[in-house]
Design a binder for this molecule. Structure first.
Ligand SMILES: Nc1ncnc2c1ncn2[C@@H]1O[C@H](COP(=O)(O)OP(=O)(O)O)[C@@H](O)[C@H]1O
Ligand SMILES: [Mg+2]
Length: 185
């Protein structure tokens, strides 16, 4: 109950633009490393390898706390839904990769898993509040994680995208690159 309430409050904060007051420059690579470290023990306990691949500098102007929470929600989903159910696939260890990349004028925070993924037809609605897929009902959750990640991305002028990871899900928070303005050459 309290977790749901807090998540709703955080979404409201991101959507109202109230969080714009706390915008500062931070390094998204640092966030990827921090969240990776935070979730590594949980992943390991579930027999999943969690890897982080972060560029050296991924500057973003924004709300560090909200972006951290958004990325944490994606990693939490990857661990929760990609966890091997009955028997592991041919004994292979499932892997989750968290990346921070600098791509043109954008910084991408991506989380890739090799679980069941989200069917293309459901990818736009799972971002809505309280939407949970039938296949996920056996796992705990309130259907607000992706809503928050999406609201946080939009607060920063970016977007959340969900893609097929062949197999699995690849979720990306794309944010405008921050830091010093680069000359066009
Ligand atoms: N990595 C993933 N793999 C498969 N399904 C996912 C994944 N991430 C999210 N989903 C689906 O999207 C739904 C919404 O996710 P989210 O908003 O984080 O809510 P919650 O995790 O609380 O259910 C989940 O219930 C699940 O059905
Ligand atoms: Mg979730």
């Amino acid at each position: 109950m309290i977790a749901t309430f807090n998540a709703l409050l955080m979404i409201a904060r991101a959507e109202s633009g109230q969080a714009r007051g706390d915008m500062k420059e931070f390094d998204a690579a640092e966030i990827a490393n921090d969240i990776g470290e935070l979730y590594e023990p949980l992943a390991e306990a579930k027999g999943i390898t969690l890897k982080v691949e972060a560029d050296t500098a991924a500057p973003v102007n924004g709300n560090r706390e909200l972006v951290s929470q958004a990325l944490a929600n994606l990693v939490d989903n990857a661990i929760k839904y990609a966890e091997p159910h009955e028997q592991p696939l041919n004994g292979a260890t499932p892997e989750i990769v968290v990346r921070a990349l600098s791509e043109g004028d954008r910084i991408l925070l991506t989380v890739a898993d090799s679980g069941p993924g989200i069917p293309e037809a459901d990818r736009s609605r799972v971002v809505e509040r309280f939407v949970r897929l039938e296949q996920s009902r056996s796992r705990p959750g309130s259907g607000l994680g992706l809503s928050l990640a999406s609201a946080v991305a939009r607060l920063h002028g970016g977007e959340l995208t969900l893609e097929d990871n062949h197999p699995g899900l690849k979720s990306t928070i794309a944010l405008p690159r921050g830091g010093p303005v680069q000359s066009a050459g």
